[in-house]
Design a protein around this ligand. Structure first.
Ligand SMILES: C[S@@+](CC[C@H](N)C(=O)[O-])C[C@H]1O[C@@H](n2cnc3c(N)ncnc32)[C@H](O)[C@@H]1O
Length: 254
């Protein structure tokens, strides 16, 4: 079920895969900096009661345009394990998207929020290239209910769309974008170092064609047992500082 991204060109998009219930905190933090939000999680359900919860969660300031709610795909679906002839298996789920326009009654600001049930890896592929202004991924893990999905890594998986997610992510970021991470499921060492409080605000490094600058700490609305969460500015740059390839092999640049 592809994301319906009509009318989202030129909008400031925030994408948060594996967002679970944390979507609300992130919406509150970034509602003034993004005009479209895509939250993606395998667990989202869109029966009447859940839709009412999604659309009323933003009250009192944000009012949903109730007559224009769009649900594409089955309201409810769960992951199934599918066995192949070669005795291996994979997970499958019927994806769906709930699309709601909100209006802020204090400021008049309008935003579009899409909740997508399904694999975050597919959601990433469906986004237009160079469309993501803010990429958020936090509070995740590789076990204990975590996704085991590594968006900041080029791990190879059996199924091509699930592989090399960092390369895909880079094509989706705007030329100047923001990455929000607490270092969870992150192979990029600087994301983990930041979450452990080892890097100062303003820290810069060049990785491949991207310059990363540590901008600010992002608060958690609820107490988290994860590391600290930080926002980075990530921009296309061919500077002459220390250059580190995506695989973190240090190379000096002439
Ligand atoms: C540990 S929870 C973290 C939720 C949220 N980020 C937070 O901080 O509260 C991991 C979430 O990822 C979702 N998930 C697992 N695999 C996923 C996938 N491949 N794509 C999208 N969501 C996934 C789970 O349903 C769960 O809600």
């Amino acid at each position: 079920m592809p994301l319906n991204l009509e009318n989202m060109e030129n909008s400031d998009l925030l994408f948060y895969p594996c967002s679970g219930g944390d979507w609300l905190s992130v919406f509150k933090l970034y509602s003034d900096r993004a005009s479209s939000f895509v939250f993606s999680d395998l667990g989202y359900q869109f029966n009447k009661q859940k839709i009412a919860e999604f659309t009323s969660a933003l009250l009192p300031n944000w009012l949903a345009q109730l007559d224009a709610i769009e649900l594409v795909g089955p309201a409810v679906a769960f992951c199934k394990q599918v066995r192949t002839e070669s005795a291996s298996s994979y997970r499958e789920i019927e994806s769906a998207c709930l699309r709601v326009n909100f209006y802020n009654r204090d400021t008049g600001r309008k935003v579009l929020v899409i909740w997508r049930r399904g694999f975050g890896q597919y959601a990433l592929h469906e986004l237009p290239d160079a469309s993501v202004k803010i990429f958020c991924h936090r509070g995740d893990s590789s076990g204990d209910g975590g996704s085991n999905v590594f968006f900041f890594s080029n791990r190879i998986r059996r199924h091509a769309p699930l592989s090399k997610l960092y390369s895909t992510l880079k094509t989706k970021l705007m030329s100047r974008a923001f990455v929000v991470s607490d270092g969870s499921n992150a192979s990029l060492r600087h994301l983990r170092n930041a979450s452990e409080g080892k890097l100062a605000i303003g820290y810069e490094l060049q990785i491949g064609e991207l310059k990363w600058t540590l901008q600010s700490e992002v608060p958690w609305e609820h107490k988290s047992h994860y590391g600290r969460c930080y926002e980075w500015i990530v921009e296309a740059s061919f500077g002459t500082q220390q250059v580190i390839s995506d695989g973190y092999t240090t190379k000096a640049r002439e």
